[in-house]
Design a protein around this ligand. Structure first.
Ligand code: PMP
Length: 404
C-alpha cells in the first residue's frame, strides 16, 4: 500500500537504530515504541513529575490535568460518549479480572453460565473460569473449526436466559482470526447478554468505535499499541458504571473513611486505588497521537498484506504448514516447520536476528483443540517489510535443509 512507508515509520522507532539487523516479528507480544512515546514518559519525569489528585500546588494540578486529558484522549480514540467510561488499569489482564470480579461476581448465581470462545488468551479465560468455579456456574466454550474460525451462526445456540456474560476476543493472538464482533454483539444483545471485547490485538491498527460496536466492556493494553508497559484501559458502557464495585481498596478512591466503614467514589475512580501509572498514561496519550497521525485502515491493510505474503512464501518451504488459516486474518501467523520443534526453529531464527515466538502463546486449550502442542508465531507491524519476510523464508529453508 503506497500510503504506509515502513522505512519512514521505522525511523520513528529508535530500537531499529540500536539494532539495525533486528527483524522484529513478535508484535503480538508487545510492539516497539516510537521516540515520541519514550519522550513523553521522559518529559513527564523531567518536567512535570508529581503525584496526581492530591496536591494543591501547580506541579500536581498540572500532572492531574495531563493524566485526566489522557483519559479524554482514550475516550475520543474509541468513540466513547463520556470520559467517565474510561478506567486506567495495569492492562488487559487486570481489566478482565475487574469485570469478572467487580461486575459479574456479585450477580452470578449457581446454574448461571458465562460464554467464551475456544481461541481466548488465558487472560480472557481464567478469570471467567475461576469466578464460575467459585459460584458454581458453567463456563461454555464456543469451539473453533480447523481454519481457526468460530461458527458465527451457532453463537446463539450457546446463549440462554442464564447467560450472564459473553467474553470474546476481537483478534486471536495465536491464529490472527478477526472475529465479526459487531455481529456477535448483536446476537448477544438479542439474548440480553452483555459482551466484553478483548481488543488487546486489535486496538493498535483497527479503528474501534464502542458506540457503533455497542459492546458493554472493551479492554486493551497500552504496550500493544506503541505505548508504555504497565497501563491499560477498561471501557465500561454508561449502563453499567453504577454496577462497578471496587476491586482494590486504598487511597484515592474514597469519599469518607472511618475505622469501621468507608464510602467510595463513583466509577472510574473507585477502580483506581493507589497511585496510578501516571507517566505511562502520558506515554499512552502520546502513542494515541502517533496512531491518530496514520491512516489505520491503510495500516491494517498493509500488515494483513504482510501476513498474506508470508503465507504465500511459506508454501515454498517444503512441508511447512500454517496452523489455522482463517479467511479474515490479521497480521499474525502460526505455523510449523515439518516436525522440527518450534523452540528449535525459533532459536535458530534468533541466531539470525529474527525475533518470533514459539510455544502455546497463552492459548493452551486452543492449541489442544487444533491438535498441536506448540506453534511458531510471526506477528507483523507497520515497520516490517516484505524484504524481512524474504530473509526469514531464506533462513527457514536453511533450517529445513540442516534438519533434513
Ligand atoms: N488478550 C489477548 C488477545 C492478548 O493478546 C493479550 C496479550 N498477549 C492479553 C489478552 C493480555 O494482555 P496483557 O498481558 O497486556 O494484560
Amino acid at each position: 500500500s503506497p500510503m504506509i512507508d515502513p522505512n519512514l515509520i521505522r525511523s520513528h522507532f529508535p530500537i531499529f537504530q540500536h539494532h539495525p539487523d533486528l527483524v522484529y516479528f513478535d508484535n503480538a507480544a508487545t510492539t516497539q515504541r516510537p521516540q515520541t512515546t519514550i519522550d513523553a514518559v521522559s518529559k513527564f519525569y523531567s518536567q512535570r513529575n508529581a503525584n496526581i489528585h492530591r496536591g494543591l500546588y501547580s506541579l500536581s494540578t498540572d500532572a492531574t490535568a495531563g493524566y485526566e486529558s489522557g483519559r479524554e484522549k482514550v475516550k475520543d480514540f474509541i468513540g466513547a460518549d463520556t470520559v467517565q467510561s474510561i478506567a486506567f488499569t495495569k492492562g488487559t489482564t487486570e481489566s478482565i479480572n475487574v469485570v469478572a470480579n467487580s461486575f459479574l461476581g456479585p450477580r452470578l448465581q449457581p446454574g448461571d453460565n458465562v460464554v467464551i470462545s475456544a481461541m481466548e488468551h488465558h487472560s480472557n479465560l481464567i478469570p471467567w473460569q475461576q469466578i464460575c468455579l467459585q459460584k458454581k456456574a458453567e463456563l461454555r466454550v464456543i469451539p473453533v473449526d480447523k481454519s481457526g474460525e468460530l461458527g458465527i451462526n451457532n453463537i446463539g445456540d450457546f446463549l440462554d436466559s442464564k447467560t450472564r456474560m459473553l467474553a470474546i476476543t476481537h483478534i486471536s493472538n495465536t491464529l490472527g482470526t478477526i472475529n465479526p464482533v459487531e455481529r456477535i454483539v448483536e446476537i448477544a444483545h438479542k439474548n440480553q447478554v452483555p459482551v466484553l471485547i478483548d481488543a488487546a490485538q486489535s486496538i493498535c491498527l483497527h479503528p474501534i468505535n464502542v458506540d457503533t460496536l455497542a459492546c458493554n466492556f472493551l479492554v486493551f493494553s497500552s504496550h500493544k499499541m506503541f505505548g508504555p508497559f504497565g497501563v491499560g484501559v477498561l471501557y465500561v458502557h454508561p449502563d453499567h458504571m453504577e454496577d462497578m464495585l471496587p476491586y482494590n481498596y486504598g487511597g484515592g478512591m474514597v469519599t469518607h473513611v472511618d475505622f469501621h466503614k468507608s464510602s467510595f467514589m463513583a466509577y472510574p475512580h473507585n477502580l483506581e486505588a493507589g497511585t496510578s501509572a501516571i507517566a505511562e498514561v502520558f506515554g499512552l496519550s502520546s502513542a494515541i497521537d502517533y496512531l491518530n497521525n496514520i491512516d489505520r485502515l491503510e495500516a491494517s491493510d498493509y500488515v494483513h498484506g504482510l501476513a498474506h505474503y508470508f503465507k504465500e512464501r511459506l508454501a515454498e518451504v517444503g512441508t511447512a504448514v500454517v496452523v489455522g488459516s482463517p479467511e479474515n486474518c490479521a497480521g499474525i501467523v502460526s505455523f510449523l516447520l515439518d516436525d522440527i520443534h518450534p523452540h528449535d526453529v525459533a532459536t535458530f531464527l534468533a541466531e539470525e536476528n529474527i525475533a518470533i515466538r514459539a510455544g502455546h502463546h497463552c492459548t493452551q486449550p486452543l492449541l489442544e483443540q487444533m491438535g498441536v502442542k506448540a506453534t511458531l508465531r510471526a506477528s507483523f507491524s507497520i515497520y516490517n517489510t516484505r524484504e524481512e519476510i524474504d530473509h526469514m523464508i531464506a533462513v527457514l529453508k536453511k533450517i529445513q535443509k540442516f534438519w533434513a
